[in-house]
Structure formats: C-alpha cells, structure tokens
Design a protein around this ligand. Structure first.
Ligand code: AMP
Length: 491
C-alpha cells in the first residue's frame, strides 16, 4: 500500500490518500485521451516534442513506514511512465532524468536549457498547473544569460549537481553552439518580454496547463508572455481521482468546462444550497445550470468522499455532463457575517487589474487574509507587482493603488459592501505590496511543509501563521480605499 499527499494549497490542508495501480492507469488514460482530443483540433503535432515542466518531489514515509508521495511523482516514477509508448504527447525535450529530479531549481533550469537547445522541435509548452509555467518563465528571465553561456561553450553550469540530470543534459547540450546562444541572447535582450514564448519557440502551437478556478489569476500574465498562443486547460485532476477532460481545447479560458469520464471513479453529486435537505444525485441525473460538489467512490478506498470543489453544469457532450470549475467550497474570507468566496475575490481582483494596466504594471501573484487584529477587521490583499518592460523600475503611483483598493471593494458582494458602509462593521480594504520573489518564497515554504511543487497552486487566502510571516516580512508599501463605497446593489 502506498499513499498520495495532496498539495494542500487549493484546499488549505494537506491530505493523504491510499493509492493503487488503478490510479496510475487512470492518469495514463487521461494523458492519452486528452492528447487525442488536442490533435483533433491542432494539426502537425506528430513529429514535435513538448517542453513540459514535469518533475518529482521527494518521497516520504508515514509514521508506520509506508511510502507516500505526490500523485504526479508516483506516476513519473512508475512503470506506466517509464514504459510509455513513443507517441508525440509522451515525447519531451527533456530526458526522463530531469523529470525524476526532485530539486525544483535544477529541474526547471535543465528543462529550459533542453527546450532551448531543441527549440525547433517544440510544438507544445506545458506544465500541470499555470503557476509552474509562470515560475519557469521567471527563472528564464533571471538566468537566460547563464543558459546562453552554457550553450555557447557546450558546458553545463557547475551548480547542476544531480548526477543523472547532469549527465543526460550534458549529452543534449552537445558541442559549443555560439550561433544559437547569440540568437537567444538577442531575443531575451529585447526590452519587452511580451510574446517571449513564441519568439524563443517559434514552432510552438499551444500551451497546455490548467488555468481555471483559482489559477485563472495568471491568465493575463500567460497571455502577455505567450502572445495569446492558445492556452489549453485540458483536464480536471486531483490526488483523489481524475475527473474529466476539456473536449473543446481551443475555447477561451473563461469558457472551459470538463466532461466527466465515468470510468475514472464512481461520481455522485451533492446539490449546493439545497437548504436543510441533502440531495445526492448520480452523474446521469445532474441538471443544467445547477451547482454541485462531487463525491468520489473509487478503487483506492474512497467512499462518497467530498471533494470540496464547487462545479456548475454547463452542458452535455453527447449525454455526458460538462462542468465548469467554479470555486473551492471551503475557501472564504469573512470578517462579520459576509461570505467572500475565492471566486468573488478573483473577479474583484480581475476588475482592479484593468486599473493597473494604465501604469504598465503586471500583477504577478496575489493572496488575501482577513485581518481581525484591527477594529473593525478588514481584508488585506498581498500583491506582487512587476514592470511590463524589462529593467524598468516598478514605479508605484499611490492614486492607482488606492483606486485598485476601491475597485476591489466595489466589486465584492452586496453583504460585504453593506457591512463595510453601514455601521463600520468591516474596515477599509488594504493592498500590501510585497517585494519581488515573495511568492516564490511562499511556494518554497509550502513545499517544505510537504506540498508538491508540481501540483502547487498559490493559496487564494492565507490561513497559516508562518506563511503570513513570510508575506509580512516582505511588505514594502500599503494602500487603503479612501472614499465611501456606492451602495448600488447588483442583484
Ligand atoms: P491536488 O490534489 O493537490 O493536486 O489538488 C487538487 C485540487 O486542485 C482540486 O480539488 C481542485 O480544487 C484543483 N484543481 C485541479 N484541477 C483543476 C482544474 N482543471 N481547474 C480548477 N481547479 C483544479
């Protein structure tokens, strides 16, 4: 018996699940199935490779000595992955040794290097979740000069100390290649990194990474770097089970729905907002336009396990229901009696980003916290900003940030605005700017706590005191709304 650990970054709490080979078979099935769907919509992939930021995290043992690891790690270390067929979707620019490396920085660097050396073969750029992809682009921004030196002299940096990684990547790096180094340097030296992905990988036809739900905050950043190359959120997956795939891979990110595959687990659905009644229905009985929480029963021993995700039925593919991921059910901010979900926050921050646009700043990552140490308590948003153009200093315009606070508050739900405006039950919302790299430090912290780096998603609200300390240590400016909210209520 082996166990899977969930990342703990979407639901706020890390969990362990028993797992058997059926789970690994399901991953293999879903990888294969989604590639068939993608190749139905995009031509010319057969002879290309993927530069995909897959990697492993270190394995642990339970107190009684049983092995436990992240779901993705157990798959990459299994024979299901090792003995995969030679089909384009399984063909990567990086050798398996890079995927099996559990040092996040070494593996990301080597993925980038191998992907650049074979840039003309790359038809897809991907990662399990968009968070990893954005992190890889950040690493490229900080290390392209070093990567170019490696390519120019045909010598891998000495700090790549993982022996199997080093040997296999050195083979791919091959002889000195000054022409390629010059070409990459030329692109990276450009003042703007807008569209850097298609500039460096001109044959890339799409990006594959999950960017729905709480990860949607990264879509504008991804679009900036990818010049709107199609971005495909191809599946809905978790440590508990795989759920389904996106049958319309080229649809807009906000329209993505997942078609559930009933062979992966036995799915039932708990109707959300059913009052005192508990109404559980089978997959065939879900109704269009209703919100449900999936319950999972499967071969790994889960029985009517409540996922905690809230999904909306958006349609049917033939007769199979399709679901849009709406939010995590248990992630809420609350100061008084209002309930602000992760979906509410994401929408509000998306509105505020329009204000930021005018000042050439990009919001790289954010999280939130309900601060009740003040009277009255208030919402705090931690924002990491970056200048759109390379080498530009992040110039903060107080008016812009104060306006962002106001726009976020105006976009929040009616109950928030009533408690905030009348009776002063909620204080003015605050945006605290953090230094660049803070969200990387936050991720490192969660990884040291056992979260899997491949499955990492920035938590949309912070519950851990230690994580809060990391954010607080990096705050360099604070802004508050300075005017009253309008009380024009949306219905
Ligand atoms: P983990 O088991 O740690 O990888 O986390 C699984 C959780 O990630 C799910 O329960 C969802 O909350 C989230 N998740 C997985 N796939 C998607 C998706 N396609 N869209 C939105 N959220 C997702």
């Amino acid at each position: 018996m082996v166990f899977h650990c969930s990342s703990g970054t979407s639901g706020g709490k890390q969990k362990m699940f028993p797992r058997n080979n059926k789970y690994l078979e399901n991953i293999k099935f879903i990888f294969y199935y989604r590639s068939l769907v993608i190749s139905k919509h995009i031509d010319g992939l057969e002879h290309g490779k993927g530069m995909v930021f897959n990697f492993c995290t270190s394995e642990n043992t339970t107190p009684s000595g049983l092995p436990s690891s992240a779901a993705s790690t157990s798959f990459f270390k299994s024979d299901y992955f090792k003995n995969r067929p030679s089909y384009w979707h399984w063909s990567y620019t990086s050798p398996d040794e890079v995927i099996l490396c559990s040092d996040t920085k070494q593996t990301l660097y080597c993925h980038l290097l191998c992907g650049l050396v074979q840039r003309d073969d790359v038809v897809k750029v991907g990662a399990a979740f968009v968070t990893i992809l954005v992190r890889a682009i950040n690493l490229l921004e900080n290390s392209w000069k070093e990567i170019c030196t490696n390519i120019r002299f045909g010598h891998l940096s000495e700090w790549i100390t993982d022996i199997s990684c080093r040997d296999s990547v050195s083979k791919i790096l091959g002889e000195p290649n000054p022409e390629l180094a010059d070409l990459i340097e030329n692109e990276c030296n450009n003042k703007s990194w807008e569209g850097i992905v298609p500039r460096l990988w001109p044959k890339a036809k799409f990006i594959e990474c999950i960017a729905t739900g709480q990860m949607a905050q990264h879509i504008p950043t991804l679009e900036f770097y990818s010049n709107k190359l199609p971005s495909i959120s191809s599946s809905y997956v978790s440590s508990e089970t795989m759920f389904g795939i996106n049958m319309s891979p080229l649809c807009k990110p906000e329209n993505v729905s997942y078609t559930f595959l009933p062979n992966l687990s036995y799915f039932e659905f708990l109707l959300v907002d059913a009052g005192d009644k508990t109404e559980i229905v089978d997959l065939v009985d879900v109704k269009l336009g209703c919100y449900y929480e999936p319950l999972v029963t499967n071969h790994s021993g889960l029985h009517r396990y409540k996922m905690g995700d809230i999904l909306l039925v958006t349609g049917f593919y033939n007769n199979a229901p399709q679901f849009r991921f709406v939010r995590r059910g248990n992630l809420t901010l609350s100061i008084h009696l209002e309930i602000t979900t992760d979906e509410d926050l994401l929408n509000a921050v998306t509105d505020a980003k329009m204000v930021l646009e005018s000042s050439n700043l990009m919001l790289m990552d954010f999280t939130s916290y309900a601060d009740i140490s003040t009277t009255p308590g208030h919402y705090v948003l931690y924002w990491e900003l970056k200048a759109k153009y390379r080498n530009d200093i992040v110039e903060i315009d107080k008016n812009v940030l104060v306006e962002c606070c106001y726009v976020v508050e105006e976009s929040l739900n009616n109950s928030y605005r009533v408690y905030r405006s009348k009776g002063g039950l909620i204080g003015a919302l605050e945006i605290r700017l953090v230094q660049q790299g803070t969200f990387d430090a936050l991720m490192e912290f969660f990884i040291t706590q056992g979260a899997s780096s491949t499955q990492y998603k920035t938590p949309i609200c912070i519950k851990s005191t230690e994580a809060l300390v990391i954010l607080e240590e990096n705050v360099h400016a604070c802004f508050f709304t300075d005017k009253s909210l309008s009380l024009n209520f949306s219905s």
